[in-house]
Design a protein around this ligand. Structure first.
Ligand SMILES: *[C@@H]1O[C@H](CO)[C@@H](O)[C@H](O)[C@H]1NC(C)=O
Ligand SMILES: *[C@@H]1O[C@H](CO)[C@@H](O)[C@H](O)[C@H]1NC(C)=O
Ligand SMILES: *[C@@H]1O[C@H](CO)[C@@H](O)[C@H](O)[C@H]1NC(C)=O
Ligand SMILES: *[C@@H]1O[C@H](CO)[C@@H](O)[C@H](O)[C@H]1NC(C)=O
Ligand SMILES: *[C@@H]1O[C@H](CO)[C@@H](O)[C@H](O)[C@H]1NC(C)=O
Ligand SMILES: *[C@@H]1O[C@H](CO)[C@@H](O)[C@H](O)[C@H]1NC(C)=O
Ligand SMILES: *[C@@H]1O[C@H](CO)[C@@H](O)[C@H](O)[C@H]1NC(C)=O
Ligand SMILES: *[C@@H]1O[C@H](CO)[C@@H](O)[C@H](O)[C@H]1NC(C)=O
Length: 723
């Protein structure tokens, strides 16, 4: 069998990329501020306010547009959705969702995904990409969880930072969003997320902190309130934490209609209002004339206006938009009026690779997978999720419906598909002419499904579960999912197929965890979890099913045995209390000693890996701290493949931390029989806790244990050290 993994081809892409990287120089903030100071010093108060004010909903060509200035010149900025590709545009790539970027646990692939998206936004003349998202899967039902990177702060932090580096290296301003605690769709504009400072810092702020270290040039404040104050007028969150503690130098923009005041917001740290009008189409604004009036009345200082403008202009210089910036060729609300500018290049190859690299093999009894096309005569493909949308490509605005295969959730976090390789098409191409493929895409005719499945060597049965943003309701789901079961009769369909075919392979495209009442059916031999793979979904899946790519994706969230095992749900109360504190996802399951169905970090391979010789060196002198670890990983199986080595830290007992925390991971590709030494370095960032008594980070003293393994519940080696 010929196995190929992302590593080698990703390396080739990386080399190509390095060759062109000189195109855009990403300036330091210091240099960007020098240039910005000089430009802004020539601006009037009105001009400073204009570049911070959106022109109003649908008054420009992009989802958000600022007013430009003539003398001195500063352009009208174009701010465009989404975190996974250019929204409302033709001739763009619509690739894997954020949750798949996370599931790859592959830093290079995540960076490359950010970089190709950056090239496409810039190619269309968009200055600002409205992504990446970094809200949490606090509960599996949360509607927009799939746009971000799951339930763990460390994984969120790596995924956010690599994505941002990729986007900004290509000359586009990235947006870390939504700041903060916007983890459910229910009542998102009216409810208050109430949280203690330790949880805020250790969990929810973490990815924003890593984003700022990566140089992110914009942050978007969210719709919800935090401890009773709107996020976009929250002095503690924007001034004290973001710009103070974290040292953020770029600009804070509001979510669309999330600004609620003039002086209060601006003095609390809001730098730009989007889309500009108070409510869509109202043509008034809290900024614009209201803000210049507030400055005249000294409710807002001139100095603050200068600061706002400087942050916006500095962001623009930082990513090199003052030179050779392409003309704007988007027309978001009249796509037919936009000139065709093809920015796709060969990005589909990367989408296909990341799609395969983020596919999680949950179960593979008796090594039923991979399926060798040369040794196979007949397979069955069953379920509407295997096929195209019968109503056509992009049949519903913002993917706000569920027909055919699922490759993206719904809402503003989407991009139209330029085409779609559905699983039936991808598998048919991969299996070739010599394999007979029988299919039915009807989820409800169980008798027919059983008939199709019965005499095939393998029955591949598909189902899905969708969610999205609350402004669209799909099948009674107002953004958040109303349950954790499969859609479209999925459970009954799987059972009907498994009852007649002893090589049943279940494939589920889901936004997050689903319940699997059929998991112990003896004929359900394999479960494949491709997530949301975008336009190349069928090809990515076929690469895994046929063994062209050896799976290495890992779950970025916990799949429970029972929905009641989770400790949080979308909360209908006006105050959403984050009472579970640090115990999100696997941390709760560890703490409460609940056995998950599939653990955070779980994912199987077609080969196997041995973990040996874990060593750790720890040193602590007054203010300096150094902890390094190494482990030998050997591919002891029969085929080449990549392993995701995960490092979890158990803190001293009295530190008050969950049982263990992910604090490092590496992906390593190894040919069969080969081994390699993997090293980890843990710094103050990974080893600190937020001490409420000093309102700061401290490294606790005492005995730590480092656990290294293949998932949060598959620890292979542990070693203790003291600090
Ligand atoms: C660009 O998009 C238009 C409209 O969807 C389509 O007709 C055309 O074929 C596309 N061109 C390319 C090069 O993808
Ligand atoms: C929110 O309010 C609670 C209760 O007053 C307080 O303990 C907590 O520190 C506040 N959180 C933040 C982030 O200020
Ligand atoms: C709102 O402003 C836009 C742009 O200035 C203008 O075209 C439109 O007519 C205005 N709408 C209303 C209702 O005043
Ligand atoms: C100023 O803000 C108020 C709301 O506080 C709004 O009613 C008014 O239309 C705004 N003025 C302008 C010129 O946009
Ligand atoms: C951009 O637009 C300007 C003004 O319309 C035009 O002169 C210029 O040629 C365009 N540049 C490109 C690269 O299309
Ligand atoms: C499938 O698409 C049709 C046509 O757009 C729509 O009426 C229906 O609600 C969709 N089904 C689901 C489950 O979204
Ligand atoms: C859960 O929601 C989905 C999607 O709306 C629906 O198809 C399914 O029937 C629901 N399940 C139950 C048990 O209500
Ligand atoms: C929150 O949602 C619940 C359920 O839909 C509703 O009853 C309640 O009024 C909402 N609360 C607010 C503050 O909007």
């Amino acid at each position: 069998m010929h196995l190929q993994t992302l590593s080698s081809s990703a390396l080739a892409l990386l080399l190509t990329f390095n060759a062109v990287q000189a195109k855009f120089s990403v300036l330091s903030w210091e240099d960007a501020y020098k240039k910005a100071d000089s430009l802004v010093s020539q601006m009037s108060t009105k001009q400073k306010v204009d570049i911070a004010t959106g022109v109003g909903w649908q008054n420009g060509l992009c989802m958000g547009n600022t007013f430009g200035t003539e003398d001195p010149y500063f352009p009208s900025l174009c701010l465009q959705d989404s975190p996974l590709g250019v929204r409302h545009a033709d001739n763009v790539t619509s690739g894997v969702a954020g949750i798949n970027a996370a599931a790859s646990f592959d830093k290079k692939a995540i960076y490359e995904r950010g970089a190709y998206m950056g090239r496409e936004f810039r190619g269309k003349g968009a200055h600002v990409q409205l992504g990446p998202g970094m809200n949490f899967m606090r509960s599996p039902e949360g509607g927009r969880g799939w746009e971000a990177h799951g339930e763990d702060e460390f994984l969120q932090g790596v995924a956010a930072a690599e994505t941002i580096r990729g986007i900004q290296d290509e000359g586009v301003i990235a947006t870390a969003k939504h700041y903060i605690l916007n983890d459910q769709e229910l009542n998102r504009t009216t409810s208050s997320s109430d949280i203690d400072k330790r949880t805020l810092h250790e969990v929810y702020l973490w990815p924003f902190a890593r984003s700022i270290e990566a140089g992110v040039a914009s942050v978007m404040c969210s719709y919800n309130l935090v401890n009773g104050t709107y996020a976009c007028e929250n002095d503690y969150l924007m001034n004290t934490v973001l710009k103070g503690e974290l040292g953020f130098k770029g600009f804070v923009q509001s979510d669309w209609q999330a600004t609620h005041s003039t002086a209060k917001s601006v003095n609390a740290g809001l730098d730009m209002t989007m889309p500009g009008d108070i409510v869509f189409f109202s043509n008034d604004s809290y900024f614009g004339k209201n803000l210049t009036d507030a400055i005249d009345r000294k409710e807002v200082s001139e100095e603050r206006a200068t600061d706002m403008a400087t942050r916006i202009v500095a962001a623009w210089y930082k990513v090199g938009q003052d030179k050779n910036f392409p003309n704007l060729t988007l027309s978001s609300f009249h796509m037919e009026e936009a000139p065709f500018v093809d920015v796709q290049a060969n990005h589909k190859a990367l989408v296909r690779e990341i799609g395969a690299a983020s596919t999680v093999l949950l179960k593979n009894a008796g090594s039923v997978l991979p399926i060798d096309p040369k040794k196979t005569r007949k397979i069955a493909i069953i379920g509407s999720d295997a096929g195209p949308d019968p109503y056509g490509l992009n049949s519903c605005a913002s993917h706000g419906c569920s027909n055919g295969t699922l490759a993206q959730g719904w809402g503003s976090g989407t991009a139209d598909f330029p085409y779609m390789i559905d699983p039936l098409a991808g598998l048919t191409a991969a299996f070739g002419k010599n394999v007979e493929i029988k299919s039915t895409l009807d989820d409800w005719n169980l008798e027919n499904a059983a008939k199709v499945a019965k005499d095939a060597e393998y029955a591949l049965v598909f189902s899905n579960a969708d969610s999205g943003e609350q402004h669209i309701t799909v099948d009674g789901n107002v953004g958040d999912r109303k349950n954790l079961t499969l859609w479209h009769n999925g459970d009954a369909l799987i059972k009907a197929v498994a009852d007649v075919n002893k090589n049943t392979i279940v494939i589920i495209h889901a936004v997050g965890a689903v319940m699997m009442p059929w998991i112990d059916h003896p004929n359900v031999k394999a479960v494949v979890w491709p997530g949301l793979q975008g336009q190349e979904t069928g090809n990515s899946l076929a690469d895994i099913i046929t063994g062209k790519v050896n799976p290495s994706g890992r779950l970025p969230y916990t799949i429970a045995k029972d929905a009641s095992d989770y400790n949080a749900k979308p909360d209908p109360n006006d105050v959403v209390e984050y009472n579970e504190k640090l115990l999100m996802g696997y941390k709760w399951f560890d703490h409460a000693k609940i056995e998950p169905l599939f653990a955070f970090g779980h994912g199987l391979s077609y080969t196997k890996f041995d973990y040996n010789d874990l060593k750790v060196k720890a040193k602590k002198h007054k203010d300096s701290i150094s902890v390094t670890a190494s482990i030998i990983i050997k591919n002891s199986g029969k085929v080449d493949g990549a392993e995701i080595i995960q490092a979890y830290i158990e803190f001293p007992k009295d530190a008050g931390e969950p049982p263990k925390l992910l604090r490092g991971f590496e992906k390593v590709f190894l040919k069969k029989g080969k081994q390699d030494k993997i090293t980890f370095e843990f710094t103050k960032t990974e080893l600190s806790i937020w001490d409420v008594n000093v309102d700061g980070w401290v490294v606790p003293s005492g005995k730590f244990t480092l656990h290294v393994g293949a998932s949060s519940r598959d620890i292979r080696k542990s070693v203790s050290f003291s600090l």
